[in-house]
Design a protein around this ligand. Sequence first.
Ligand code: BES
Ligand code: ZN
Ligand code: ZN
Length: 490
Amino acid sequence: MPTIEINSQNGKDFSGDVLIVPVFSGRERHRLPLAISKVARQVMDEGDFHADPMEIVPLHHPNGVKDSRWMMLVGLGDEETVTLNKIRKAVGAAVRNAVKKGWKQVGVIAPATSALEHDVIQCAVLEGALLADYDFSKFKGKPAPRRLDSVEIFTNGDDTRKARRRQPLVEAGVVACHRVRDLVNTPPGELHPESFAELAQKLARQHKLGCEVLEGEALLKGGFNSLLAVAQGSARGPRVVKLDYKPKEKAKRHVVLVGKGVCFDSGGLSLKDASGMETMKDDMAGAAIVLATLAACAELQVPVQVTGLMGLVENMPSGTSYKPGDVLRSRSGKTIEVLNTDAEGRLVLADLLHWACELEPDHVVDLATLTGACMVALGDGVSGVFGTDQRLVERLLDAGATAGEHLWQMPLVEEYREGLQSHVADLKNISGVRWGGAITAALFLKEFVKPGVSWAHVDLSGAWSGRERDFRTPGGSGEGPRWLLEWLQV
Ligand code: BES
Ligand code: ZN
Ligand code: ZN
């Protein structure tokens, strides 16, 4: 984490590599120091900059800032339609630019607009900057992490106390986001069930979380047959990790988070093709989110009891693989006919959801890169939310909106349940109908949730993107912990 300072100066005396100046597209620029606003006006008048959202113009040794090597104008678009997320993204896009150039000392002038409170703007600026300060160069021949040394936020006399009070929350969310990105980006040869479980244990020790790792016999005894079937084709054994966080005071409620942790999804005997497998190291994003969120809960001492269940397996083809046609007796006792070994995530989650419901929680939320169908529906920038408790779903959607991570509700269409009817078992793991794959997958999961339990399922279509976007680097997006923390805090 770079050093962070939120101060009441106006930025013209900033000394460092680059001063980032967010600008609205209208004429009004009175909030900027006069000399800086003059520069901005000139660039705009000459038609070189329109202050469109995330439009960037770097200026070398410009007038108006004597000790900053660069000034970077970044567009916020129209002031009337600005949102916190537009501010986060604009600042983030500018900081990505700076980070890629190797600039280390960054200043940002917090924009001001009457529609939004100063403190939330300041936090959005800080968050955008810190989220952009990421780099995954560990596996380069010459690792040269490009990261910031310092971030200074200028507020031009506005009150900064509230923002400083929220700073730990912003920082914990960013650390968790970066943790998820690191885990998702790590090659599957390095991050497999065993090493992932060890990492979880280490992090749990550091954060004083309860941590239990189940493997081998313990999984058999525990009846995790559906999860074990997925794992049985791999040379690496599975792990189930249970993490526990309890607040010091009496907890307001108990939440269980369940994460799909398929460290690599080759499809198994229903093998994926080459391009389908390219990104399948990301199939453990759900478990990564669970781990990073629990660490952040401890860091922030959230008032809610949170249990994390991570199902860590590899889905591989081999002589010991489970096969299409196999019938599995899941932990719940329900039997499952496997018709496609690539629909493995739901088999891993089935046993964990059943366990989760035994823990008598107020809410169960599972997180899983479950279907390609959800990505077809929503793209790689929005995750789908299904649930049996509309109030819970709405709280999650609100949390997503506040955090600026897109969630969209998808329907549990009961009619589609008949597609999961099997002739030989209680249900089959794929639907006989081609369409609506994200919905049938969610309906499958619902079969393992105790009736009456408040449950939501998040199909993480936003976990990975091949493109660089605003403050996000290509690869793991790190989305998840920030909206979960937003929800868990209140
Ligand atoms: N991990 C995949 C889902 C996935 C695929 C997520 C591509 C993101 C991008 C999951 O295990 C899977 O393979 N699902 C199948 C289900 C099908 C066999 C019913 C899918 O979506 O194709
Ligand atoms: Zn699969
Ligand atoms: Zn999968």
